[in-house]
Ligand binder design. Structure first.
Ligand code: NAD
Length: 469
């Protein structure tokens, strides 16, 4: 990732470091903001700690009302947030609008969950045993640059609903919607200190949150590499940790599928968000008898992908996030790579990279094994169902994937056999507010969204009441 350009600038009379936030489509500076470090992380944790007793004591109906109010305030600002996200992350405006809609829906879903955080009663001798779901305290949220406010909302909403206070550290490349969120939350009546945003580097600001003794949990989304560092750091204080990490998801197309539909849908499943999507179906596994037909249909779609200005309503794919990301992605398409299809990309300023299909790719090739996080898809043939499953599982990752077949029994058999947390059949969708999302293997620990997320922001307490009976 490109280190953000930094400078010293004056704020309130004293020289403090600043963070220059770029617009990836133009390479121009979009904003200069103060750069948070260790001191700012400590101050944010102190504010969150001070606000915690009062926030957890807010009655469930009142907390639900406050979160509904926040959802309304976010809906009022949806278009403005979408434009800011599109410019800062370089994503097509249509996609950004959809993402901001999901942010609003996520707050509404968990506003409804506040009053349904239920416990159990358990039959025991001599009294009554019951369980409560208690909040954890101060929770640190550390998020990536690919879906900045959306991924933050998946953590913020259940975390606040459960009665925790938060310190959110967005990625230094895309902090703008998170900073705006902090202002919107305060204006919507969320008490001061409950939501705190610190925009600074992971190595200082983020690392401090991970080691801070007053932080009860870290909820992290990012690369598997940084996830390992976070898990190791959190172990020092036995913090709770949830990790949403990388992926190398398979898209399995059987010969008995609607091959044309699978080929038409495959490009957006890997080139969406310019391939910078943890769920990108970047390993397209096609049964060999239909490989040629599939590739022909796929190539036609790839050639027509509109790559360009994120604010143009017609744009389907924007630039990559940074110059460094473009260099990394380019390293997977060296001279002589088996390019089977390639789309267009604008010239001039901006971190552009054309949608690219490599085929056939050896399963041992670096492009087939590593998370590229850019618009590069690998197509590989398979002979039969067993080989398809073996290839799909031959990875350290296990986030998502798709199965295309008209045979219902096969669809379920393969879905049970593929080692991944989120699968779709005859579709490439991975994410819904009401269903659990998360990875097997080195794609992560824990689940976000759906009813399951609340379990990760609460602790189960068991209470026994002797009744003398
Ligand atoms: P990254 O791991 O480089 O950074 C993620 C966040 O961690 C950033 O806020 C960064 O500042 C912070 N960070 C970095 N070093 C840190 C440290 N030592 N201590 C604390 N915080 C630190 O990831 P990225 O490049 O921003 O995002 C891309 C990665 O995220 C990809 O691997 C992608 O697959 C993954 N991702 C996963 C999901 C998911 O839900 N599974 C979703 C989106 C992205």
């Amino acid at each position: 990732m490109n280190p953000p350009r930094s400078a010293r600038h004056r704020l309130g009379g004293s020289a403090i470091p600043s963070l220059a936030v770029l617009e990836p489509a133009t390479e121009a500076v979009l904003a200069e903001i103060p750069r948070a470090g260790v001191e700012e992380a400590d101050a944010a944790v102190a504010r969150a700690n001070a606000a915690y007793p009062a926030w957890r004591a807010v009655s469930p109906p009142d907390r639900a009302k406050l979160l509904h109010g926040l959802a309304d305030a976010l809906a009022d600002r949806q278009e403005e947030l979408a434009v800011l996200e599109a410019r800062n992350a370089g994503k097509p405006i249509g996609d950004a609008r959809g993402e901001m809609g999901m942010v609003v829906d996520t707050f509404r879903f968990y506003a409804g969950a506040v009053e349904r955080t239920l416990g159990d009663t358990i039959p025991v001798a001599g009294g009554v045993a019951m369980t409560f779901r208690e909040p954890l305290g101060v929770v640190a949220l550390i998020t990536p640059w690919n879906f900045p406010l959306t991924i933050a909302s998946w953590k913020l909403a259940p975390c606040l609903a459960a009665g925790n206070t938060v310190v959110l550290k967005p990625a230094e490349l895309t902090p703008l919607t998170a900073l705006e969120f902090e202002r919107i939350a305060l204006a919507a009546g969320i008490p001061e200190g409950v939501v705190n945003v610190v925009a600074g580097p992971g190595s200082t600001c983020g690392a401090r949150l991970v080691e801070h003794p007053d932080v009860a949990k870290v909820a992290f989304t990012g690369s598997t590499e940084v996830g390992r560092t976070i898990a190791a750091g959190a172990a020092q204080t036995i913090k709770r940790v949830t990790l949403e990490l990388g992926g190398k998801s398979p898209n399995l197309v059987f010969a008995d599928a609607d091959v044309e539909a699978a080929a038409a849908a495959a490009p957006s499943a890997v080139f969406g968000n310019a391939g910078q999507d943890c769920c990108a179906r970047s390993r397209i596994l096609v049964q060999e008898s239909v490989l040629d037909d599939f590739l022909a249909a796929l190539s036609a779609v790839v050639a027509g992908i509109r790559v360009g200005d994120p604010l143009d309503e017609e744009t389907q794919m924007g630039p990559l996030i940074s110059a460094q990301q473009r260099e990394t992605v380019g390293s997977y398409v060296p001279d002589g790579a088996p390019v089977a299809a390639r789309g267009d990309a604008p010239g001039g300023p901006g971190f552009w990279f054309p949608p690219t299909v490599l085929a056939p790719v050896d399963p041992g090739d670096r492009a087939a094994r590593e998370e590229i996080f850019g618009p590069v898809a690998c197509v590989m043939p398979f002979r039969d169902e067993d080989e398809a499953i073996a290839l799909a599982n031959d990875t350290i990752y296990g986030l998502s994937g798709s199965i295309w077949t008209r045979d219902g029994a096969r669809a379920l058999r393969v879905a049970r056999a593929v080692e991944a947390g989120v699968l779709s059949i005859n579709s490439n969708t991975s994410v819904r507010v009401s269903t659990p999302f998360g990875g097997f293997k080195q794609s992560g620990v824990g689940r976000e969204l759906g009813p399951h997320a609340l379990d990760h922001y609460t602790e189960v307490k068991s209470v026994y009441y002797a009744t003398g009976g």
